[in-house]
Ligand binder design. Structure first.
Ligand SMILES: C[S@@+](CC[C@H](N)C(=O)[O-])C[C@H]1O[C@@H](n2cnc3c(N)ncnc32)[C@H](O)[C@@H]1O
Length: 313
């Protein structure tokens, strides 16, 4: 196996090396300064040991792996001052974004690649989502509506945040037009205070739902079959109680080859392009502020827009 040594070469040179190597190889191996040696330093710190080295943390090496569409494998200590790092290319074709499911409503269903994803095991999703739930004072909310519920991962997090009696006194409604996902969610949450409906969000009004005091929608409102702005405004006007709150999750990542890769996927772009993401997020923020909501924007791979009413009710 070819192992390339990098001691005091710049990151610019290292990136060029990766780009060239990955044209023909699935695996890139490098030998670098052991990151544990300079734990409190910033990347670029120069240190002279048996040779002159430039330091980078494991986080920096993992960032490089992500940018190169690779996974970093377990490092091996190769000598007193060095480690060997291996970077394995991920299969970028293995992604639900490329799914061509003829049955549109089953694109995210039981047999889809999407169904294998568990966002709740990704700290970059889970941590800001938990914070958003705390921000909207989840314990005080009684009627919770989730649009694009899929297999109900978002309710699982709420369940884990609450005591059993706190959970039992709430009413949960999840809506999705994917029947296999809805069936799965029903089995997962069989209690009476959970309702899952196979229904098109475009026809939400037909359900005559009671207004909710928390609406959650993650990775759904920007779907191609939905009119983002109209739907969003209708949610606030017709489906949210006075004094209610909202959590919207906007994906700023792509799921591929077993990884959550930073950067939103926009239609007609082969690389990550985030104009649409920021346009939609900004639209919501402005609209909600006009309607007297306090709006925060948090998260990284998923942007969480959290809105809480500041109207006196
Ligand atoms: C990207 S998935 C997100 C699912 C879940 N919230 C998550 O983040 O894991 C989008 C979900 O919205 C559902 N969906 C998309 N358009 C819909 C529509 N018009 N009516 C109902 N559900 C829809 C899909 O079936 C899918 O389950």
């Amino acid at each position: 196996m070819k192992i390339k040594e990098f001691t005091n070469e710049s990151m610019h040179k290292i990136i060029e090396y990766f780009q060239e190597e990955l044209k023909t190889n699935d695996l890139v191996c490098i030998e670098v300064l052991n990151p544990d040696i300079c734990i409190n330093e910033y990347a670029g710190y120069e240190i002279t040991l048996d040779k002159k080295y430039i330091y980078r943390s494991y986080k920096a090496w993992n960032d490089l792996a992500e940018l190169m569409f690779c996974k970093m494998l377990t490092p091996i200590i190769s000598s007193e001052n060095r480690v060997c790092l291996k970077f394995k290319k991920i299969d970028t074709n293995n992604s639900f974004h490329k799914s061509k499911n003829d049955e549109q409503n089953e694109k995210y269903g039981l047999n889809s690649t999407f169904f294998q994803i568990n966002k709740n095991e990704e700290p970059a999703f889970l941590f800001p989502y938990m914070k958003a739930l705390q921000n909207v004072k989840i314990k005080e909310k009684k009627q919770i509506l989730n649009l694009g519920i899929n297999k109900a991962d978002e309710f699982e997090v709420i369940k884990n945040l609450l005591q059993k009696d706190e959970l039992d006194e709430k009413s949960f409604i999840g809506i999705d037009y994917c029947s296999s996902a809805v069936d799965f969610a029903k089995n997962r949450f069989p209690n009476d205070n959970f309702t899952f409906l196979t229904h098109d969000i475009n026809e939400l009004d037909k359900l005559n739902l009671e207004k909710s005091d928390l609406i959650i929608s993650i990775g759904t409102l920007q779907s191609s079959g939905l009119n983002f702005k109209l739907l969003f405004m209708s949610l606030i006007q017709n489906h949210l109680k006075e004094g209610g709150a909202l959590i919207l999750g906007f994906p700023n990542c792509r799921w591929m080859g077993g990884d959550m890769i930073y950067g939103a996927k926009a239609p007609n772009y082969s690389y990550s392009e985030q104009t649409l993401l920021y346009k939609d997020v900004y639209f919501c923020k402005k609209y909600l502020q006009q309607k007297k909501f306090r709006v925060t924007l948090t998260g990284k791979n998923y942007l969480f827009l959290t809105a809480t009413s500041i109207k006196k009710v």
